[in-house]
Design a protein around this ligand. Sequence first.
Ligand SMILES: Cc1ncc(COP(=O)(O)O)c(C=O)c1O
Length: 273
Amino acid sequence: MRAWIDGELLPDPTAPAVRISDHGFTVGDGVFEAVKVVDGLPFALERHLRRLARSAAGLGLPDLDQAAVRRGVAAVLGDGELALGRLRITVTGGPAPLGSGRGDAPPTLAVVADELAPAAATTRVATVPWPRNERGALAGLKTTSYAENVVALAEAQRRGATEAVFANLAGHLCEGTGSNVFYVVDGELRTPTLASGCLAGVTRGLVLEWYGGVEVDEPIEVVRGASEVFLVSTTRDVQGVSAWDDRELPAPGPVTTEAAAVWAKREPELLGL
Ligand SMILES: Cc1ncc(COP(=O)(O)O)c(C=O)c1O
C-alpha cells in the first residue's frame, strides 16, 4: 500500500496520519472515490474526478483542488508497478469542532493505492429491509457516511451473499452497497434511473454507453421475473448474479456475457493519467 496525504507521501502508509478532530473521522463529513488501477494506470480517472467534485459540492465542501488530487494519484502510483489495484481518494471537512458544525481548517485530502483481488465471475445477492432514501441530502453522493452500507453488507454476508441490494423509499429497486444493478426482463436490459437515489456509478454509465440498456424505476419485486441479473462496479466490472435471495439464477447469462465481453474489449480506452 502507498498513501499520500495533504501533499506528502507517507514513509509508512500504516502510520497514523489524520487528526483525531478530522470531521471525516468524527462525523463522516467527507466524500471519496474508488478508482481501478490496471498495469499501473488509473481507469476512467476523469469521470471519477468529476464525480468527486459533484459529491464535494453536494456536501458543501470547498471546490476540489484537482491538481492536488492528480499529484496524489501520481505519487501513490509511483513507477506503475501495481498490476491490479484500487485507488482510494478521500476529501473530508478537515479538522473541526467535535459536533456537526464545520471548522475553518482546509479540507483533508488523502490518496491511497492498494492491491485489488480480481472479482469472482459470479456472486449471490441478498435484499435488505432498510431503504435507501432517494430524497435525503446525501442521495446520489459518494460520501464517507457509509455505515448503512456496512450494516447491510454484514447482513448479506450473514445470509451467504457478497452484496446487499436496497429498494428505495418508493419500494423501487435502487442499488447495492457498492454496486449498481442491471436485470433482464422480457429480453430487455434495464437498470434503475438516477432518480432512484442510486449512485451514478462510473461502470453503470459506461455499460449504458458501450452496451446499452433502458433506465427505468420499477418495484424491486420485478427482479423476481428477471431472466438474468448482473452487478457493475469499479471492483466487480460486470459480474453475473447466481442467486437473488433464495432464487437461483443462470449466471453469467447471455446478456451478462455479452456486456462483460464489450467491457473487457473497451476498458483499455480509458486507462491513463
Ligand atoms: C453505493 C454505490 N453504488 C454504486 C457503486 C458503483 O459505482 P462505480 O461503478 O463508480 O464503482 C458504488 C461504488 O463503490 C457505490 O458505493
